[in-house]
Write a protein that binds this ligand. Structure first.
Ligand code: 5RP
Length: 298
């Protein structure tokens, strides 16, 4: 029986303390529901408002990409340095321990391999499975100007509709076809379309000129892809310039996992993204960490 005598009666309603009414820390996200915001706060570090996403979803169209041939070997040593993983459901289930409690952005579009027309993607994950996996967002490729542009845009809008039903954010990934010019004009067009059609955040490539106009004209956070492997210092310079020009993080893959010292590289990237370290200082950090012998796991 519940206690009914000698119960503590002295209540404190803190009447002198006004109720807090604060905005959400992330650009363009204040009107979202609690679940959506909570998931975004697992992707973007609430302390800095930025994120280091480790992109390891390349296998969904490329197969065993260099550096990811054995994800069970090469990925776990990097996990503690990533805020979020971008990954397929097959790799998540087989490679990542369920004790991993940071953000997971699930690759949710796919279909063609590198042997076919890449823009011909469909939605490749049921939202129920995404929720079963307890992911923080789903990612869909959008091919503006591509052969199957409308189909890929509809993939995005369908996922946005179903994501809104369950509080699941959608990352719009702007894919640039081989024949297209990677400039600010194209990135503005593609990222703005993703945002207007409901993406909670957008992934684009960094462009050398006027990148700040891409971030300024996109009403939701932008994270940049790393792109093909370049020298470490150049990748750190790119990340630094992107952050300086309004990107809220990186979603970097090959420039981390194809580095000679991936764990050192991701820590250097973190220092640029979260501590606004200069690329030169971050590169020094990379070199120092890369020289340290790796601890043997027992
Ligand atoms: C594939 C993707 C990848 O996640 C993306 O390309 C990021 O990886 P990288 O830094 O290697 O470019 O979206 O379509």
């Amino acid at each position: 029986m519940a206690d009914v005598e000698d119960v503590k009666e002295l209540k404190n309603f803190h009447v002198e303390v006004p109720a807090r009414c604060e905005g959400f820390f992330l650009k363009g996200s204040n009107s979202l529901g609690w679940g959506m915001k909570n998931r975004l706060a697992r992707i973007f570090h609430p302390g800095t408002g930025r994120t280091v996403m480790l992109a390891i979803d390349h296998g969904y169209f490329q197969g065993p990409t260099t550096g990811l041939e054995r994800m069970d070997v090469t990925v776990p040593p990097l996990l503690s340095y990533a805020d979020t993983l971008m990954i397929t459901r097959g790799a998540l289930r087989t490679t990542i321990a369920p004790e991993f409690t940071k953000g997971v952005v699930l690759r949710a579009s796919g279909g063609p391999s590198i042997l076919k027309e890449l823009s011909n993607e469909q939605i490749a994950v049921d939202v129920e499975d995404a929720l079963r996996l307890n992911v923080s967002a789903v990612a869909v490729q959008v091919f503006i100007g591509g052969e199957f542009e409308s189909q890929s845009v509809h993939n995005l809008t369908r996922l946005v509709d179903v994501g809104n039903r369950y509080g699941l954010p959608v990352l719009g990934v702007t894919a640039v076809g081989r024949e297209m010019v990677r400039d600010a004009r194209y990135m503005r067009l593609a990222s703005r379309i993703c945002a207007e059609l409901g993406a909670s955040f957008v992934k684009t490539y960094f462009v050398d000129e006027d990148f700040e106009t891409v971030t300024a004209s996109c009403p939701v956070p932008i994270v940049i892809a790393g792109g093909k492997k370049i020298p470490e210092l150049d990748a750190l310079k790119m990340a630094h310039r992107a952050i300086q020009q309004g990107a809220l993080g990186v979603d970097m893959g090959r420039n981390i996992f194809q580095s000679d010292a991936p764990a050192a590289m991701i820590q250097a990237v973190r220092s640029v993204v979260h501590e606004r370290e200069t690329p030169e200082a971050a590169y020094e950090l990379y070199r120092t960490l890369a020289r340290k012998p790796r601890r043997r796991r027992t």
